[in-house]
Write a protein that binds this ligand. Sequence first.
Ligand code: AMP
Length: 441
Amino acid sequence: MSYSESSGISGTEPATSSNFSHFRLRPELERAVAAAGYETPRPIQSRTIPAALAGRDVLGLAQTGTGKTVAFGLPVLERLLTKPGRGPRVLVVAPTRELVVQIDGELRKLARFTRLGTVTIFGGVSERAQIQKLQRRPEIIVACPGRLLDLLRQGHVRLGQVETLVLDEADHMFDMGFLPDIRRIIAALPKERQNLLFAATMPREIRRLAEQILYKPAVAELEHSMPAATIDHTLYWVPQNRKLDLLCHILEEQACASGIVFTRTKHRARRLARDLDKIKYRAVALQGNMSQSARDRAMDQFRRGQYDILVATDIASRGIDIEQVSHVINFDVPGTPDAYTHRIGRTGRSERSGTAYTFATGDDATIVRAIERMIGARILRSEVNGFTVPEPKHESRRANNVNKSRPSHGSSGGSRPNSWSESRGRRRGRQGARPSRRMKR
Ligand code: AMP
């Protein structure tokens, strides 16, 4: 059942387009699309842009990495160019500073042949520069909820002219406790406006918000809870005190030129980055206790290849858009199935392949089951002699029963698959299934 059927939102599946020229965008936007190297619209784009251009509300169920920013960016810019007016006329709200900066960068790329202006608003840096930019009344505000609300309360932002509201990663904003702020921001907007809401998952509260603010939305639902098909997933059962050794073993085995390692806490991220660095790896931490400039620096250095490994927490990593991440390693199992999808969504982006490893201890059996239920497949188990331990008994029995029809794929170099995976692998081989990819050295 599709989301629109199950949600009660009276949306329709939008018409699709296979070519950017079908959208009949203004020449300056077409030029920018060509200059960005975008040849064909991504599914989320072909399914939402026509509806958004027609002025309709949109509910886009898609993960970051699927091309969402262009999906809302082009219609928003087209509207601004077609009907001039005083800014700010578009408000984009997103959960993290990193995502705000990323969205702003993408919008600027699309608006490069226009005179349209943007401002980014987020906490952790001085308000002054943001206030000065707001005084120039740019057409577009891209903001995190907290700082935007502060500036709104102080009277530095006027939202009375906003024609389009974009809520990006609405589910993360809910996870992070921003929903009350979002409601306050919405209350400051004109009632008549276009709403474009994007989320990878639909928790009940976001569904309620969507029902309240969207009017007959075009609903574009990608396989939102499924990680990219280009990612190979592997899981190791490992005692807590062997995780670092296993990580080093994997980093040695796989020529990991660009990997993100996720930990449960800021403290663990900081310590692990330090430990890896001491051992010999070029690793840097990205966690919420770092100042904004330290976070920007870490991201930038990782992006430019000065570091091979970014050790991150969930919140700090939201919306990270780095094209060439080859490996995601869940040093600690994520707390929710959604977090699993988002973490491993950092690799396999833009239709490239990627590899995701998860280190699970005996305590993680329940959440591992929940993750597998959500992705609809059993994650391949691997063992490494001397590092890993056998799968907890009850988990193994259940998994064998549940996932027979949907085997997972992939294999880790040099590691020995367990017997279940071997037998599935043989069957898959006979059936002509996709062979597993090994990372090249
Ligand atoms: P997003 O989901 O907005 O984070 O987009 C993920 C990445 O896809 C960004 O780096 C975009 O530059 C890129 N992208 C967006 N649309 C296209 C397209 N039609 N063709 C190729 N790349 C795209």
